[in-house]
Design a protein around this ligand. Sequence first.
Ligand SMILES: Cc1ncc(COP(=O)(O)O)c(C=O)c1O
Length: 404
Amino acid sequence: MFNVNDIKKDFPFIVKNPHIVYLDNAATTQKPRCVVDAISDLYENYNANPHSYDYSLAVLSEKAYEGARKKVAKFINANSNEIVFNSGDTAGLNFLASSLSKKLKEGDQILLSQAEHASNVLPWFKVKEEKQIDIGYIPLDDEGRIQLDAVEKAITPNTKIISLAQVTNVLGYKVDIKGICEIAHKHNIIVIVDGAQSIPHMKVDVKDLDCDFLVFSGHKLYGPTGIGVIYGKFDILDTLDPINMGGGMNGRFDMCGNYTLIKTPNRFESGTVNLEGAVGLGAAIDYLESIGMDNIEKYEKQLHDYAISKMEKIDGVKIYNKNSDTGIITFNFKDIFAQDLATHLASYNVCVRSGQHCAKILMDFLKADATVRASFGIYNTFEDVDKFVDALSKGDEYLDVYFK
Ligand SMILES: Cc1ncc(COP(=O)(O)O)c(C=O)c1O
């Protein structure tokens, strides 16, 4: 059962800061006590380099690292050998763009959408420069959603990869990845899913989606910063070249330049691995599973619907995604510049994000220079929404001070 008052008690930051209404969860999340404890336990009791197999402490740390991989695999219904740890979603998308680009030739096409985060656009721009490929954009419908018939129409004989967010970070719409995979696979197109904004808020099953790759960051999933995940279908992942070479991923090498690599997925994790990050992420996953991802999705949607119903009553609020499927609400208020509105809300201890949210090419679609984004997490309450809406409704105070 979902009891937000119990959940709040699990988060030291929330307990210590009852005056703060933290609504910037799409940027990063606060951490539950169990994540902090798991990391402390590592450093107090079994810290060693998992590559130093020679003593029992290192065996323990290796077990913890590989155990975290198993937890991630189970969480998204993958196999352990399909899970690569890295530093985050951005690193994952850069890795996939670089590594998959070796299979591309001039004139091949990558399909994105106008709603993508910079991390799912700029790595492909780099590939475009290097390989003279083409980048296409699946048109959004009037509301800003991606419809399957638009995907079908956007595909050309040259399309080789479709890379899309499962939940877009400004509009918060769920993209029908399963439907897109069905269409794409008929054309032998690889589908990459940016799971940054979906994984923390809903059940994601990679086998059910049938996506080829999925990436996400630990810090948006109530885990530590500096840890991320690349899921790849083993048969494709195993054909990719590592981008980072070094220790921990090679079998042997000699002075003539010959070398062998160890098995997938460890061959993609060169250097000393992020043990702390993996252990913390594993603890975050245990925690979320104990609550249930379906319960989380349902609760955050209730918060969203409650907030929208209240925001709509405030004269002058423009909501860009009132039918968002998740806990992301993007808005502006009268003529107040988005950054100023965020500062006004901050003066009421309401933390939101303003700007272009790294989705710079979406701003033309929204016909806005910048917007404000409130995004819910599992510890937010209906009272938080009341405080946020109350502060927003006083946005006129800002106009009074600066424009009268
Ligand atoms: C949709 C989306 N993709 C990618 C990223 C990048 O994530 P990170 O900064 O953790 O690498 C974000 C971060 O906000 C995001 O919202």
